[in-house]
Design a protein around this ligand. Structure first.
Ligand code: DAH
Length: 337
């Protein structure tokens, strides 16, 4: 293409291209294509040197006015894009409001309060402990010997050798028993941390409610009575509770507690993997070693303890199938509570 052909091509195409730009980005592209530093009009200026001497002023003038013409068109298009945009954004105060239910509290916080209130109604007190705990309170005093494999079940964020982010709310038991004399009857709600990878059933930060009752002549049947009362009040009168033997270093004997599946009523469905039962918490009789570690006479006092994951309880109650919903702050999830 010679100089003249290039000029004609630009003159016929440029206006079209500028005027079809729909937004600032497209307009910018058109500007740099034609009159930017590397634009085609700009490079045509550089080719003026190759034009015969006598025609050069004429083509120089033509190029200048073509450039001006494109600049004007760009300005015009810019204004009309702006007008179009403000028309779209026009705020009409007479339109009816969008009815919107403001999300309530996060269901984990709410569930933790509900569980705590239920135990308060059964005469339990409430105790809190710090989220940064000593390795001693979190493990050693709870009868996890150093290097015991049970510590591996709770993959831990260590602050240093002696301090960690508590992996459960059980260390609150230790704090209370060391500081006060029995009888003790309390629940300890709060945040816990484990080095778990985030997936549908694990969060590295989650909540637990721990329970502890120490008195004279406390037996496993007291534990069963209290927990059955809790499951019936929380999940409804028809729910059945089952205790399975298990192991925790700080209780002896230990049990895992299940409730009959709230979806299929115990018949077996996909939520309970066909078993008819859902695991809800761990519990047991406080190991005499734990009492001794806290300076309590194991011959005079006994007790039970239990611990439950708050998100897990909420998931079972509301049929939530992915624990990550609790932390995504998605209005569509939060609005439902
Ligand atoms: N601390 C246990 C955990 O996080 C839960 C637990 C089980 C607490 C049994 C208890 C108990 O007090 O008796 O896995």
């Amino acid at each position: 293409m010679n100089f003249k052909e290039k000029y004609n091509k630009i003159k016929s195409e440029a206006p079209h291209e500028v005027l079809k730009s729909q937004n600032a980005g497209e307009l910018d592209k058109a500007r740099s294509k034609y009159i930017g530093r590397k634009g085609v009009v700009t490079s045509l200026f550089k080719e003026l040197g190759g034009i015969p001497h006598q025609e050069r002023p004429l083509w120089g003038k033509k190029l200048n006015s073509l450039k001006k013409e494109i600049e004007n068109l760009i300005e015009k298009q810019k204004n009309s894009i702006r007008k179009e945009k403000s028309k779209k954004e026009f705020f009409d105060p007479t339109l009816p409001v969008e009815h919107y239910r403001y999300p309530g509290r996060n269901p984990a916080a709410r569930t933790m309060d509900e569980i705590t209130s239920l135990f308060i109604s059964m005469g339990f007190g409430v105790a809190y402990g710090p989220e940064i705990e000593t390795e001693y309170n979190n493990f050693t005093a709870l009868n996890f010997p150093k290097d015991h494999p049970a510590r591996d079940m709770q993959d831990t964020f260590y602050v240093d050798e002696n301090w960690l982010l508590r992996t459960h709310t059980s260390p609150v038991q230790i704090r209370v028993m060391k500081e006060s004399k029995p009888p003790v009857k309390l629940v300890a709600p709060g945040k816990c941390y484990r080095r778990d990878t985030l997936d549908a059933s694990h969060l590295p930060v989650f909540h637990q409610v721990e329970g502890l009752m120490i008195d004279r002549k406390i037996s496993f049947s007291h534990l069963k009575g209290v927990l059955e009362c809790f499951t019936r009040k929380y999940f409804g009168g028809k729910v059945k509770t089952r205790f399975r033997p298990s192991f925790f270093p700080f209780t002896e004997p230990s049990a895992e507690v299940d409730i009959s599946c709230t979806i299929c009523m115990g018949k077996g469905c996909s939520s309970c993997s066909g078993k008819g039962w859902l695991e809800i918490l761990g519990a047991g009789m406080v190991d005499p070693n734990v009492l001794e570690n806290c300076g309590i006479d194991k011959n005079k006092w006994q007790g039970f303890a239990f611990g439950m994951g708050v998100e897990r309880i909420a998931m079972l109650k509301y049929g939530i199938d992915d624990i990550r919903y609790f932390i995504q702050n998605d209005k569509r999830f939060l609005e439902q509570f």
